[in-house]
Design a binder for this molecule. Sequence first.
Ligand code: RNT
Ligand code: ZN
Length: 421
Amino acid sequence: MKPDSQKAYDIAKERYTELGVDTEKALDALQAAALSIHCWQGDDVGGFETPDASLDGGGIAVTGNFPGRARTLDELRADAEEAMHLIPGRHRLNLHAMYGDFGGKKVDRDAIGPEHFASWIDWARSLGIGLDFNATLFSHPKAEDGFTLSHRDRGVREFWIEHVRRCREISAHMGRELGSPCLHNLWIPDGSKDLTPSRHPHRLWLKESLDIIYENRFSPERLKDAVESKLFGIGSESFVVGSHEFYYGWALQHGVMVCLDLGHFHPTESVADKLSAMLPFFDELLLHVSRPVRWDSDHVVIFSDDLQAVMEETVRAEALGRVHMALDFFDAELNRVGAWSIGSRATLLALLKALLEPTETLRKYERENNKFARLALLETLKTLPFGAVWDHYCERCDVPVGAGLIDAVMDYERKVLRLRG
Ligand code: RNT
Ligand code: ZN
C-alpha cells in the first residue's frame, strides 16, 4: 500500500465513521458481490458459429471498428482474463449460446449440447469463477423476419423451443460442474416495426412456447431462470411481444426471475424504483446493467445517476443477494478490454458508494419528519471521499488504481490487441 493512499483511506474511514458508517464492512460486502461479466463486449456480439453469424435483427446493433476484436475462443478468453485483472473482486462470465466451442463445424442452434461448452467449463474452473448463460435467438436465418418463440409458424417456434430447452440443460450442466448456480437469461427479439393487429395471438404463442420450455424444472442450485423484457428495438418500434407486463405476469406465475435491463424502459421510467416494487413479489431479480443514450444503445456503463440509484435501492432493500447484476453493453469504438473494465468498475464503484450510505440516519430523519436534514445529508454524501475508499479497495485487490487503468489497458493494446490482423 502506498503511504499516501493509506493516509487518504484513513481520513476517509474517519469521515465515514463520524456518520456511523463502517468502511471495512462496506468493503467486505463489495468483495462478496460477483458481477456477471458479459462475453459479448469482447467481439461485438459475434460468437463462434460456422458460418459466422452476423448481428442481424432484433434491434440490437454494434457500431465502430476499433482494431483488436477477439476473433477466436482463445483470444476472447485471453481478453476476458485481462479485463478481470483490471476489475477488483471475483466475478463470473456470462456466455451466449453462439459462443460455443464448435470445433469449426456447423452446429445449428437446435443441436447444441453441453459438449460444446466443455472447454468453457474447464476454463472457468481453472480461474475459479462461475458461468452464466443466454440462449441466442438472433443472428440466425430463422430469426430474420423478427419473430422466434412467438412466430405464427409452429415449425419456427418448435426450432426455437428446442434451442432454449437445450440452453437451459447446458446451463444446469454448467451450474453442477462449477458448483455454482448458472443464471440463464432469455431475451428474444420478437416484435414488429409497424402496426400489428395480431399482438394478442403473438403473445399467446409466446406464452405457449414458454410454458413448454420451462416445464422442465431444475434444482436452483444448478440453474436459475430469468426472462428479459423490452420496450422497443430498431425494427420493432411498434410492437414487442415480450414486454414488461407480459413477462412480469409470466415470471410471477412460474416462479422465475424477471431481468430488468436499464435500457429497456421509457427514458423517464426509473428501474431503481421498480426494485422495491418487485422485491415483495419476486425472490430474486436480474439486472442488465447497461447505458441507454436516447435509445437502447448499449453504451459502456459509467458512474451515472441511474446506476447509483439502482445500487442505492438494492442496498437499502438489503437485497444484495437477491438482485443479480449482469453487465450488458457493447461498443466497438474503443478498446474492448478497456470498455469491459470501465463498465465493470463503474458498477462496483456505484455499489460501493451505496454501501457507504448512512441509511439508518436518513431513515431516522424520515421518522422525525425532518425533510431538511434528510436532503442535507443526501447532498453531503455526494462529496464524501468514497473515491479514496475505492482506490484503497483497488490497491488491496491488486488492480490498477484510478488513471493507472489507462496505462494497463494501453499496454495490453500495444502488446496484444494491435498485433491482431
Ligand atoms: C437486447 C437485450 C439482450 C442482449 C444480449 C446480447 O436488447 O438487452 O440482453 O443485449 O442478450
Ligand atoms: Zn439486456
